[in-house]
Design a protein around this ligand. Structure first.
Ligand SMILES: NC(=O)c1ccc[n+]([C@@H]2O[C@H](COP(=O)([O-])OP(=O)(O)OC[C@H]3O[C@@H](n4cnc5c(N)ncnc54)[C@H](O)[C@@H]3O)[C@@H](O)[C@H]2O)c1
Length: 267
């Protein structure tokens, strides 16, 4: 390990269980010397196993529903108090579609579910940043990362309304990233990750085929949750100080492929 995050303080959203990308990220950040608070929605804290991660990484858990500005204000105040100073890094690792959960086809959405989905998966990122921004909670040269998926840019029919939520999320990263860069010298990026076997990942219909196809297309194969965690560490470190407003692919090269020999041979 390189102590890349020594002296840095952060907030990590979205560690549900040991498969979560946020879980691996917390472990890697801890190994690199960063300190942080963990947060998740109260129901996910009860359902999941975040306590074990808190013990392992010597961190505290502050519950927050990321769609509640009040919860986020409390979270950020407490995080600064617990960590003993302003924030250097934030990971938004949150996604959920009620239409996907209920098996509603893209052409047959329940719009109450649609609204809930974009609020949790995209607008929550705006809310997190707006609270950080208004509270002057970020240190200069801090780094904010959210996780996204390629279906925001290309059609993957079974990704359903999460595709639209991810497009919204990526746009928020650019738009807020402008103001965070200009006004506070903070960078904002999204990492577009390969399909990964997590609770959220398995929610996508036909996930088994989806992940195998992606692996067969990508010259380096799918990026794992650990690969994503390591990339995120790099994005939190001072090695990437002027990388901002980017959607960064961590996908083994999938995003620039048309077809691979391996996939062709299956026809
Ligand atoms: N798994 C994949 O294939 C894949 C691929 C690309 C991007 N992503 C993205 O990575 C991120 C993390 O997902 P994951 O795959 O680790 O799955 P995960 O199920 O482990 O994590 C999703 C998290 O979102 C949290 N969450 C849901 N509603 C919330 C709310 N209202 N407030 C706060 N937190 C809430 C859940 O509690 C959970 O911890 C998501 O943004 C997901 O879309 C996942």
């Amino acid at each position: 390990m390189y102590n890349l995050l020594k002296g840095k303080r952060g907030i990590i959203f979205g560690a549900l269980d040991e498969n979560s990308i946020a879980w691996k990220t917390a472990e890697r950040v801890h190994e690199e010397g960063g300190i942080f608070v963990l947060t998740n929605a109260p129901a996910s804290i009860r359902m999941g196993s975040i306590d074990a991660l808190a013990v392992k990484t010597n961190s505290q858990i502050i519950p927050a529903d990321a769609t509640s500005v009040e919860d986020l204000e409390n979270l950020i105040d407490k995080a600064i108090e617990i960590l003993g100073g302003k924030i250097d890094f934030v990971l938004h690792s949150i996604g959920m579609s009620v239409n996907v959960r209920k098996g509603n086809h893209y052409t047959n959405q329940n719009y109450d579910y649609t609204e809930k989905g974009w609020n949790v998966s995209a607008v929550s990122f705006h809310k997190v940043m707006q609270v950080l921004y208004k509270k002057e909670a970020m240190n200069e040269w801090g780094s904010i990362v959210a996780l996204t998926y390629m279906a925001s840019q290309r059609v993957f029919p079974d990704y359903n309304d999460m595709a639209d939520n991810k497009a919204f999320l990526e746009s928020i990263a650019r738009s807020f990233g402008y103001f965070f860069g200009k006004d506070k010298k903070v960078r904002v990026n999204t990492i577009s990750q390969s399909p990964t076997p997590t609770k959220a990942g398995h929610g996508v219909k036909g996930f088994g085929e989806f992940i195998a196809y992606s692996d067969a297309m990508a010259p380096l194969g799918n990026a794992t949750a650990l690969d994503c965690a390591t990339y995120t560490v790099a994005m939190f470190s001072d090695l990437t100080k002027r990388v901002t407003l980017q959607n960064l692919y961590n996908d083994g090269g999938f995003s620039n492929m048309g077809v691979s020999q391996e996939v062709l041979e299956r026809f």
